[in-house]
Structures are given as structure tokens and as C-alpha cells.
Ligand binder design. Structure first.
Ligand code: ADP
Length: 607
């Protein structure tokens, strides 16, 4: 532990780097970084390492192939990964491996990184991968933290880092309220550009942290917290490089000279976009997105609920209000322990015992929070001019107050740096960095999420809560549950923070995740998104009619990617060359990420 305070090296700014921090958030970034460094104990190895060569190719041939690619893209755009791994932190994230690794950090790791400058170079990379039969894995920014970050599923894949050189905002249309972006445009970058152009009437929708890319987050079906929270729903139009090198534009983009690509997502004929999300069927190089017009006013509110058991009644109240759009945004129902963690202090500040932090300790600490002790907190926002907001706020108040002990927190009583104001910024489309605070719950803090989907019903919310709590307690872990309410469904996002330098804790997380996934599936719940290590298990739970959906995905995969070069194993979809060779990571299987080789490419699939 670094006891004496050292100067914290500056976080790169957005004006210096495509993935940097906006100047307005620089101080917050420095504070956050200092807090992380202050309790970091993981020693960063400083010796060079052998690059992880992907299975199915000899090292000499692999290095020759990289030379071949360097000639095509220029040397500085091809980097071998033989240096010591640096975990960095959210704003200075590695593109080499999963810095929040639940397995050993050498498991999900790249052999090399390449930086294409345009769509034509992405095509070159894809053709190169086919020629040499090398797995490649696309990232935009690589901040998919909790789900694998920038790491590839297959050890030794070549990571295609699109963000570094392809980060242009191609269009912002202030009349249609749309934009068209390349992979490296972050939520921070788009927000700042909209402000700089003076388009005060345009809002963007942002997730909890604004450093990810709009394109990567949308493809992974991430959410934000304005009424446009479901990013996939609000996208319109993709440009995609297929695994065999052809480029397509979806929807209206297929019609030359059209002016409707970003306003009508479907075009004509089969709607192709779906197969490019959470998939390994193509590399997306452009994405269109709807922007929300300023609603003419907004107002955040926070209600607290005292008892754990209130969850059932509360969720029953939320459902009709949400479907009727009285609750207008993708709102959050959070457990109070996460609020404690949001103060940014390690849990040892409050509790030095083993195992999960006991409920009585949580509630004792919660008494000192600005809103006082409670169990659940509902953060929401009303939009529109005052009289329209008031109509909805009155209904919400009447309904929420039916729960004994419910309280509306008066925002004017909350200090300026209270977490409430971060939720206020996010729900009004201003990207922030606050949410990272809870990663400090443990030194070398990493997090992973268990994210099942359910109806917005009390009985389902409670069942999932019990599954998560039981399994986390069994494994001695604290859990940070948040119900993120879509329209007719909700995702329960259980974030679990762990010390990535503690193999015992990593094993506990691993066992806990596997158990929660199985328990949830037995009750009919499936996850909406997951970390690389759990993709096979979760794909295995979506097995209706003798795995008919996976068989369909495999047929698509083999047809679109006959050499199996693009992100093999992503979302549990393995190409033919890898199938039946022990690559799947399941509870029964071994816990290394590699299988027993790949089949030699067949002569007929040489491109
Ligand atoms: P973020 O930009 O939010 O940091 P990542 O770059 O980490 O997101 O990517 C999130 C997920 O989306 C990863 O699984 C990644 O493989 C996938 N992905 C990212 N960019 C692309 C792309 N341009 N084409 C296809 N898949 C992508």
C-alpha cells in the first residue's frame, strides 16, 4: 500500500486523446485515480512477456504474418503484446487484456493490437486474418468493464482497436435529431461536441460512466438513463465489414444517395441489424443514433424505502407507472449498500470481518448517509415544463407513499457533491465519472455483473434478489444490486466488487456467478449480457427446442465466417473449426480459457 501520497500523473484529456476525459471532469478524474492508487497493492510485473500465440499457427508463421500486416497498415499501426501487462484504470484502460480479470490475467489476452484508419483498412485486416487463419477481436474503446473490457475470448487473438484512429463524428443533424459516428466516439466526446456546436436542444443518452463508445455500448445492448435509455432501440443504420471482407450498409443505407439512413432503421427486406449485436458476425464501422430533443425542463427525485421486504410491493407499484410512462426514464432502484460504497471508501473502513458485510453493519453505516438509513432507493426523473412534470410527480408521490416508511428526499437538503446530483446529470444526458467510486470497495478493485432479465413484478424481483443474496452470502461476497427498469422488463444488475489480486476471492466470484446463472435459469430467468468467462454457460441456458437458436447461430456463423476468424466464442457462438474441441468454459469444464486446438482450415474456405 502506498502510504505516502504521491503526485498523481495527469489523466489524458479528451482534446489530447480520443478516449480522454473532458476538461470539465479532469479534477474528478484525478481524485478518482488518486483514490484507486492509494489502496492499490497489486504489483505490476515489469519484465517482458512472451506474446500469447493463438492456437493453430506456429510462432514463426505468426510473426511473419504480423510483418505482412505491418506492410499493409504501416508499422506503427501493428503492435505485438510482449510488454508487461498494465491494468491501468477506467480512464487509462489497457487494450491488451481484461484489467478486471476474474481468471488469471494471461487467460483472455491479445497477441497483438492493430489500429485501422478507415473501413478499407478494416477490410484488409479481415482478409489478412482469413489468409493466415488468425482469430481477430474488434473493440471500439475497450471499456466494457465487468464484461471483459477489451479482452478477446480466444487467447492470442489479434485485437482490432477501431477507436484509436476511427473516431470521427461523421454527422450531427440538429433538425432530425440524429448522429452518425465511428467506433471511437465516446459519450464524453459526442456530448462535448454538441455543446461546442451550440446545439443546446440536443440531448444524448449516457450510461453510468461516459468513457465507453456509443457504438460499442449499443452493440453490446447497453442502457442509459434518459427516456432514450435502450440504445439498441434508438440506433438507426450500421455499416459493417463482414468476416469475409465485404462491406454492407443496413436499413436505408443500402439505397444509394438516400437521406433517411438515420431516421428509418428498417429499409426494405429482412432486418439485418440484429445479427450484428452481441455477435461475431461482422465488424461495425459506422452507427447512426437518434438524439433526444431537450424536453423543456427536468427534475430528479429520490424516494427511499425502509425494509428489504418492501421490494415486492414497490415493484408492483412501478410496473403500471413505467408502462404508462409516468415513470419516464430507465430508472434505478438500488440497494443502500451501494450508496455506502459510492462514498468511495474501502469496505474495511466500516467492517473488518470475513465474509459478506452483515445487514446490521450496513444499516448502522447507512444512518450517516445524507438521506439516512433505508434499504432501497429509487432514482428517477420527470421531464417537461413544470406543470407537466408536476402532474406526473403527484401520481408518483401518491403511489410510492403507499409503502409504509417511504420517504421523498428533498433535493435541496442534499450537498452539492451528493451522489444524487450525479444521477441528476446522467438522467439529463450529461456524462459523468462518479459511479466508479464503488470499485474502491476492495483494493485493486474490479467488478463483474450478474444481469438477469425479468418481468417488472414483485415476485420476480424478490426471487432474483434471494438467489443473488443467498449465493453471495454462501461465497462470502458483498453484492450491489440495482434494478434497472426498462419498459415492460427489468434487468437486475448485481455488481460484485472484488480484489483482482486475490485468487481466493476470484475463485469465490467465479463459483458464485456460475451458481447464480444456474439458479436463475432453473426459475426461467436469463442474462441480457455477460462477461467473456460466462458466455458459454449462459448461451447454454437459452436452449429451447434442443438448442435450436444456437444451431441457427452456428449456421449463420459458418456461412458468414467460414474460417472462423472473427471473435470465436463470443456469446457462446463457436465457429466450426473450434467446435467440439473443449473451448467452452462451463461449470463442468476446466477453467482455462483455451481448448484443445483448432481444426485445420479446409481448402475450400481459403479467401
Ligand atoms: P466500449 O466502447 O463501450 O468501451 P468495447 O469496445 O469494450 O465497448 O466493446 C463492447 C463490446 O462490443 C465488445 O464485446 C466488443 O467486441 C464489441 N464491439 C465493439 N466494437 C465493435 C465493432 N466495431 N464491431 C463489432 N463488435 C464490436
Amino acid at each position: 500500500m502506498s502510504s505516502q501520497k504521491q503526485a498523481v500523473p495527469p489523466t489524458p484529456l479528451l482534446e489530447e486523446k480520443h478516449n480522454g476525459i473532458p476538461a470539465r471532469l479532469f479534477d474528478k478524474a484525478q481524485k478518482t485515480k488518486a483514490r484507486i492508487l492509494d489502496i492499490a497493492t497489486k504489483t505490476q510485473v515489469t519484465r517482458r512477456r512472451e506474446p500469447a500465440i493463438p492456437q493453430g499457427i506456429e510462432k514463426g508463421k505468426f510473426l511473419e504474418a504480423l510483418e505482412d500486416l505491418s506492410r499493409q497498415l504501416r508499422k506503427e499501426n501493428v503492435e505485438i503484446v510482449d510488454k508487461p501487462l498494465k491494468d491501468g484504470w477506467y480512464m487509462e484502460n489497457p487494450n491488451t487484456h481484461d484489467s478486471m480479470h476474474v481468471l488469471d490475467d494471461e487467460e483472455f489476452i491479445a497477441s497483438a493490437i492493430v489500429y485501422p484508419g478507415d473501413t478499407a483498412e478494416v477490410q484488409k485486416i479481415v482478409l489478412w486474418a482469413n489468409k493466415h487463419h488468425i482469430p481477430i477481436f474488434p473493440i471500439s474503446i475497450g471499456r466494457n468493464f465487468g464484461y471483459g473490457g477489451a479482452a478477446p475470448r480466444v487467447r492470442g487473438s489479434v485485437v482490432v482497436d477501431l477507436g484509436r484512429r476511427m473516431n470521427k463524428i461523421l454527422d450531427i443533424n440538429p433538425d432530425d435529431c440524429t448522429c452518425l459516428v465511428e467506433p471511437g466516439v465516446t459519450f464524453y466526446a459526442l456530448y462535448e461536441e454538441i455543446q461546442a456546436r451550440g446545439y443546446k436542444h440536443l440531448w444524448i443518452d449516457v450510461p453510468d460512466l461516459g468513457g465507453g463508445s456509443i457504438l460499442g455500448n449499443t452493440l453490446d445492448r447497453g442502457v442509459g438513463y434518459t427516456p432514450y435509455g435502450d440504445h439498441w432501440t434508438f440506433h438507426s443504420g450500421l455499416e459493417v465489414v463482414l468476416p469475409t471482407g465485404e462491406v454492407i450498409r443496413t436499413g436505408m443505407g443500402a439505397l444509394p444517395n438516400n437521406n433517411s439512413w438515420q431516421i428509418f432503421p428498417y429499409g426494405f427486406g429482412p432486418y439485418a441489424d440484429g445479427i450484428f449485436s452481441q455477435s461475431n458476425f461482422g465488424i461495425v464501422t459506422k452507427l447512426g443514433m437518434a438524439l433526444m430533443p431537450d424536453p423543456g425542463g427536468y427534475e430528479s427525485y429520490l424516494y427511499t424505502f425502509q425494509k428489504e421486504e418492501d421490494l415486492t410491493q414497490l415493484v408492483e407499484i412501478i410496473r403500471p407507472l413505467r408502462i404508462a410512462n409516468i415513470l419516464e426514464n430507465v430508472a434505478q432502484l438500488r440497494h443502500v449498500v451501494e450508496q455506502i460504497a459510492c462514498l468511495g471508501k474501502p469496505r474495511s473502513t466500516y467492517w473488518q470481518g470475513e465474509g459478506s458485510m452483515p445487514d446490521d453493519v450496513i444499516h448502522e453505516v447507512a444512518k450517516s448517509l445524507s438521506h439516512g438509513d433505508c434499504t432501497w432507493l429509487y432514482y428517477g426523473m420527470a421531464y417537461g415544463p413544470k406543470e407537466i412534470r408536476q402532474y406526473k410527480l403527484d401520481i408518483i408521490h401518491k403511489e410510492f407513499m403507499k409503502i409504509p416508511g417511504a420517504r421523498r428526499i428533498d433535493p435541496s437538503t442534499l450537498p452539492k457533491d451528493d451522489y444524487f446530483w450525479s444521477r441528476d446529470r446522467i438522467a439529463s444526458g450529461v456524462p459523468d465519472l462518479e459511479e466508479l467510486a464503488w470499485v474502491n470497495w476492495h483494493p485493486n478493485g474490479a467488478h463483474i455483473a450478474f444481469s438477469p432479465v425479468s418481468p417488472v413484478r414483485g415476485v420476480d424481483a424478490t426471487k432474483l434478489w434471494k438467489i443473488a443474496k443467498t449465493r453471495c452470502n454462501e461465497n462470502g461476497l458483498d453484492l450491489f444490486p440495482t434494478y434497472v427498469v426498462g419498459l415492460r422488463e427489468m434487468h437486475l444488475i448485481v455488481e460484485i466488487v472484488f480484489n483482482r489480486d486475490d485468487p481466493k476471492m476470484r475463485k469465490a466470484i467465479h463459483d458464485c456467478m456460475r451458481a447464480m446463472i444456474d439458479d436463475a435459469a432453473k426459475e426461467g430467468y436469463g442474462e441480457y449480457r455477460t462477461h467473456l468467462a460466462f458466455m458459454d454457460q449462459i448461451a447454454g441456458t437459452y436452449n429451447w427446442n434442443d438448442n435450436a437458436l444456437m444451431k441457427f447461430n452456428q449456421r449463420l456463423k459458418d456461412c458468414l465466417d467460414p474460417n472462423g476468424i472473427l471473435a470465436p466464442g463470443k456469446s457462446g457462438v463457436w465457429p466450426a473449426r473450434y467446435r467440439g474441441r473443449g473451448w467452452e468454459l462451463t461449470k463442468e469444464g476446466r477453467e482455462t480459457s483455451e481448448g484443445n486446438g483448432v481444426a485445420p482450415p479446409s481448402a475450400s474456405t481459403k479467401l
